[in-house]
Design a binder for this molecule. Structure first.
Ligand SMILES: Cc1cc2nc3c(=O)[nH]c(=O)nc-3n(C[C@H](O)[C@H](O)[C@H](O)COP(=O)(O)OP(=O)(O)OC[C@H]3O[C@@H](n4cnc5c(N)ncnc54)[C@H](O)[C@@H]3O)c2cc1C
Length: 388
């Protein structure tokens, strides 16, 4: 890094930061100097590339449903703009969200909201589940099933398409680890890097994923977001389940097809989910044998002969209050916007989130999608009742 200046400095070249850079420079035509900094601009240390890169329309908050629908439309638009080079490999594959009888009403309400928002989700009771999915042990369960516009994609390709568009529209992407935000008279004026250099900025946009809370805390501000580790397991089986959707079990286990096999993970119940070191990327392989496999095989007997073929780990930027993103200005610091707290659903929302940050930066308000309920100073929790 060398000292420098930017009109807009974006910290973090994950999907959210790069999307903000694309909207500022390429789509909205901002002509000032936009600099994106990342401690690893190749993306290898981003949560974006550690994610399961899956997109669903099954949320219980209208904003999240809209973000997913817009996210998908903006992914399709990348292909329309850039042809084969803009293809991020989106593959249709439905979500099947399962719950116990006690959560039936909450699930039915979420399905009604999704349908109102234009997502054709179906509600299925135990009989409906058993009729459709012979491989599922459905006793005591009900579920919701997406009918289109859900699936998964290649997060590496997403980063590379965004990077290419941002750079060709004039953004500068630099390597450098931010130590702290610079603050003068209560205003954020740029960033100080680990090597002692600085970038001065008119506006700073902080999109450092699960490192954002730490950088805010060094600026004297706490938010209720913590890094929590999530391991993902690659699985093979001699008894594959044909055309299986992404299945989310009430236990917090999820599994979906990936290539010729599957990937799976587990979100433990709250209270059993401690904060972790965001730089500890060792997967918790014991978790597979001890918890995940028994929970999976209990509901999908064909998975009794599963074999783990690989594993990786990343960290959710978990909003401990309501598991939803915080997006916008920091009321107590001028010159700063941030987005974090995605709690495991940020990569599917990254494109409209970046667009929203660019709108706040250039126009001072939302133009495309009103996301004011995600304000960092929201008075009420926006708690999701679905999967996290
Ligand atoms: C195992 C797992 C599975 C997931 N599955 C899904 C899924 O299926 N669907 C979904 O929508 N979401 C999923 N997520 C969540 C998703 O990955 C994140 O919400 C999303 O990637 C956040 O993007 P981001 O750009 O905010 O952060 P990141 O992608 O983490 O980017 C932040 C960038 O900031 C950089 N950075 C951090 N600190 C500094 C610093 N001090 N100086 C400079 N640079 C810094 C990092 O190097 C990184 O490149 C999953 C997450 C995990 C861990």
């Amino acid at each position: 890094m060398t000292d420098g200046r930017a009109d807009i400095l974006i910290i973090g070249a994950g999907a959210v930061g790069l999307s903000a850079a694309v909207f500022l420079t390429s789509r909205f035509g901002f002509e000032g100097r936009v600099v994106v900094v990342d401690r690893d601009p190749q993306g290898a240390r981003s949560q974006t590339v550690r994610s399961a890169a899956s997109l669903r329309q099954q949320f219980s908050i209208a904003e999240n449903i809209r973000l997913s629908r817009e996210g998908l439309a903006l992914m399709e638009d990348l292909k329309a703009r850039h042809g084969a080079e803009g293809d991020i490999g989106f593959r249709e594959g439905r979500y099947l969200v399962l719950c116990d009888a006690e959560d039936r009403d909450a699930l039915a309400r979420a399905v009604a909201l999704q349908r109102m928002e234009g997502a054709a989700t179906l509600f299925l009771d135990e009989g409906g589940l058993q009729d459709r999915f012979g491989w599922l042990r459905a006793d005591g369960l009900c579920g919701s099933l997406g009918q289109g516009g859900e699936g998964w994609f290649d997060p590496w390709r997403l980063l590379s398409v965004l990077k290419r568009e941002a750079v060709s529209a004039g953004a500068t992407i630099l390597g450098g680890a931010v130590r702290q935000l610079d603050i003068e008279a209560g205003r954020v004026t740029g960033a100080l890097f680990e090597d002692g250099t600085r970038i001065a900025a008119g506006l700073t946009i902080l999109c450092a994923g699960c490192h954002t809370p730490q950088l805010l805390e060094r600026a004297g501000q706490r938010i209720a977001v913590e890094p929590v580790k999530r391991s993902v397991f690659s699985l093979a089986t001699p008894d594959p389940v044909p055309e299986m959707p992404l299945v989310a079990l009430p236990s917090g286990v999820w599994v979906r097809p990936e290539g010729a096999g599957y990937i799976a993970g587990w979100s433990p119940p709250d209270g059993d989910d401690p904060a972790s070191d965001p730089d500890d990327d060792a997967p918790d392989t014991l978790l597979f044998e001890d918890r995940l496999w028994p929970l999976l095989a209990e509901r999908i007997p064909a998975f009794e002969r599963l074999k783990m073929t690989g594993a990786w780990a990343g960290h959710y930027d978990m909003n401990r209050i309501d598991q939803n993103a915080l997006l916008g200005a920091v009321p107590w610091r001028e010159g700063l916007l941030f987005a974090c707290g995605f709690s495991g659903h940020g990569v599917q929302h990254a494109l409209p989130m970046g667009r929203a940050l660019a709108e706040l930066a250039l126009y001072g308000g939302f133009r495309s999608l009103d996301l004011s309920r995600l304000s960092p100073s929201r008075p009420e929790a926006l708690t999701e009742t679905g999967i996290i």
